[in-house]
Design a protein around this ligand. Structure first.
Ligand code: NAD
Ligand code: UDP
Length: 335
């Protein structure tokens, strides 16, 4: 006698699914055949980020703040927690809510993972290293965070969220995994988001002054969003829990002045650079050591800044209105 086994498609919940990274993750998961539930309170996320995903019958979106209790009918196999404003101006606008999102919200989702037996991936951050004294940053570095400063709601919130994940893991309550994400950029960042990549591109496209905080000699390492999404999925799909946090980022390090040079090379603008005071506790150097991700997940980024920046600029150019450019200022090719 023939027996027919039907294998249920996996259902994945993405908290923060309408955000910049979350919407790309939802899209990649749908393309991989998963059922996807986005949970988002639209604090910084946008309906338009997931508009195209509504065409998939396997996509559902729920408007919900993860600080509030959450129950979902039906199976959930995996939960990604990306819910938290990521831009410094956005997460500092309501710091208490940011802290609660990271602590209460992460607990809400870990409880959900426990009830459903779902694997859990937490979007942590390079900010857990604060203004680092070790360079590049390895996961065993414990960081240099000002726990009373304006970035603390995010940095300490994310550190507390990591602690919760490892407490749930040690107690056998959830298969929780932690990715420490370094600066990521790409299409669907909000033009008004306030982060460096979006600010410089929008300013250049609008022929407005380019705002540089401090001397512009501080560094960041920029990861293209598709690389990050691949890394998050590799962490979720790893057969064994790594039982330690994993850096995900692109180790190529640039000063903010160098980034501004690259944007201007692609979007020629006569705009001056406007040097502003460096925000409090702004990290001076940041670069991931990704040895652990290479070894544990077989992951490394593919997309260089020279490839990712023009793609991002093209996307911003398609969504923002800008003043007419003087003749002869066409965008130059990537360097
Ligand atoms: P984003 O602001 O675009 O996305 C965050 C999403 O979470 C938004 O859609 C927002 O509306 C939602 N959200 C915020 N608080 C919520 C709450 N209480 N309940 C439900 N939804 C809530 O930011 P992003 O760049 O896409 O970042 C996604 C995640 O990755 C964040 O957790 C962030 O801390 C982490 N991360 C991002 C970067 C980066 O460079 N993009 C770097 C390090 C860590
Ligand atoms: N920055 C800047 N001009 C801007 C926005 C940011 O010079 O218009 C600087 C900021 O002070 C920091 C770096 O760029 O040193 C990266 O800032 P972002 O907000 O993108 O990310 P984070 O500080 O969280 O890494």
């Amino acid at each position: 006698m023939l027996t027919r086994t039907t294998q249920r498609e996996k259902t994945v919940l993405v908290a923060g699914g309408a955000g910049f990274v979350g919407s790309h993750l939802c899209e990649a998961l749908l393309q991989a055949g998963r059922n996807v539930i986005s949970v988002d309170n639209y604090l910084t996320g946008l309906q338009r980020n997931i508009a195209d995903l509504r065409g998939f019958a396997r996509f559902t979106s729920i408007a919900h703040d993860i600080c509030d209790p959450l129950e979902i009918d039906g199976p959930i196999d995996a939960i990604y927690n990306l819910a938290c404003a990521a831009s410094p101006p956005a997460y500092q606008a309501d710091p208490v809510h940011t802290m609660m999102t990271n602590v209460l919200g992460t607990k809400t989702l870990l409880d959900l993972a426990e009830r459903h037996g779902a694997t859990f991936v937490q979007a942590s951050t390079s900010e857990v290293y604060g203004d680092p004294e070790q360079h590049p940053q390895r996961e065993d570095y414990r960081g240099h965070v000002n726990c009373t400063g304006p970035r603390a709601c995010y940095d300490e919130g994310k550190r507390a969220a990591e602690a919760l994940c490892f407490d749930f893991l040690r107690a056998g309550r959830a298969d929780a995994r932690v990715a420490r994400i370094f600066n990521t950029y790409g299409p669907r960042m909000r033009p008004d988001d306030g982060r460096i990549v979006s600010n410089l591109i929008v300013q250049a496209l609008k022929s407005e002054p380019l705002t540089i905080y401090g001397s512009g000699q501080q560094t960041r390492s920029f990861c293209y969003v598709s690389d990050l999404v691949r890394g998050l999925m590799a962490l979720m799909d790893a057969s064994a829990n790594p039982e330690m946090p994993i850096n995900l980022g692109n180790p190529a390090e640039f000063t903010i002045n160098e980034l501004a040079d690259k944007v201007v090379a692609l979007v020629p603008t006569g705009s001056p650079r406007l040097y502003r005071p460096l925000p409090c506790d702004d990290p001076q150097r940041r670069r991931p050591d990704i040895s652990r991700a290479r070894k544990t997940l077989g992951w490394a980024p593919d997309v260089t800044l020279a490839e990712g920046l023009p793609r991002t600029i093209d996307w911003f150019a398609s969504v923002i209105s800008r003043p007419a450019r003087p003749a002869g200022m066409a965008r130059q090719s990537a360097r």
